[in-house]
Write a protein that binds this ligand. Structure first.
Ligand code: G3P
Length: 221
């Protein structure tokens, strides 16, 4: 399962990228707005920083042709750009047209296996079910993800399943068990993923024992 960072913050991307585990980035209009800068500059900086897929979301939703035009512009920003379109009738129309142009699309705001079937049928590169938000609506996000992965397997769909809206490390573990191709994690979930109290305890005792040995050796000299 490839790990993506769900952010538009270049500092967060640089930090996690140093770990050597980052395969891509997903952004959305909320995350880009949080950076308070020119969106084109934000997107371009991320595209050049990351050696992997970067999802950029269309924001001009007025008509399918406006979405297609913006989608083409976003795709032209870099060879690693993936254009995000929403799971709506206009979004599907736009996604299909962009796909025909050879542009890779990520169908976002997906909340059900039924919607995921539509994304696969238009030849989307990525489908993004929002697990945490399904849980927020008193439903079972992980169950929906498992169903989507099973349907894609049975049907032979090639669309990559990207588990999004992940809130904690067990979401990541369960998404991997379900067979998701990609998981996109907010910065705080990434940092929680690396942490374990026994790692800290073990490191402390190893360091203390090593230090004691150095003192013994110094004393014996
Ligand atoms: O970027 C899409 C998705 O991951 C958003 O997550 O936490 O805002 O529901 P969240």
């Amino acid at each position: 399962m490839r790990l993506f960072l769900d952010t538009a913050s270049i500092e967060e991307i640089r930090e996690i990228n140093r770990w050597g585990v980052l395969s891509g980035v997903t952004t959305n209009p909320t995350l880009v707005a949080r950076e308070h800068g020119d969106p084109d500059a934000v997107w371009k900086e991320i595209l050049s920083e990351v050696d992997g897929d970067v999802s950029l979301e269309v924001t001009d939703l007025s008509t399918p042709s406006a979405m297609v035009e913006q989608g083409r512009r976003l795709a032209a920003m870099g060879p690693n750009a993936v254009v995000k379109v929403p799971m709506t009738p206009d979004g599907l129309e736009t996604g299909k047209l962009l796909t025909k142009d050879g542009i890779r699309i990520n169908v976002t705001l997906v909340f059900s296996p039924a919607q995921a079937i539509l994304a696969a049928e238009i030849g989307a590169y990525i489908v993004s079910p929002f697990l945490g938000r399904i849980d927020d609506a008193a439903s079972d996000g992980m169950h929906a993800l498992r169903q989507i992965c099973e349907i894609y397997e049975v049907q032979g769909y090639e669309t990559n399943v990207l588990a999004a809206s992940l809130r904690h490390p067990m979401h990541v573990v369960d998404a991997a068990l379900a067979g998701a191709d990609i998981a996109t994690l907010p910065y705080d979930v990434f940092t929680k993923l690396v942490k374990h109290p026994l790692t800290d305890v073990g490191l402390q005792s190893f360091s203390a024992d090593w230090q004691r040995l150095q003192e013994e050796l110094k004393g014996g000299a």
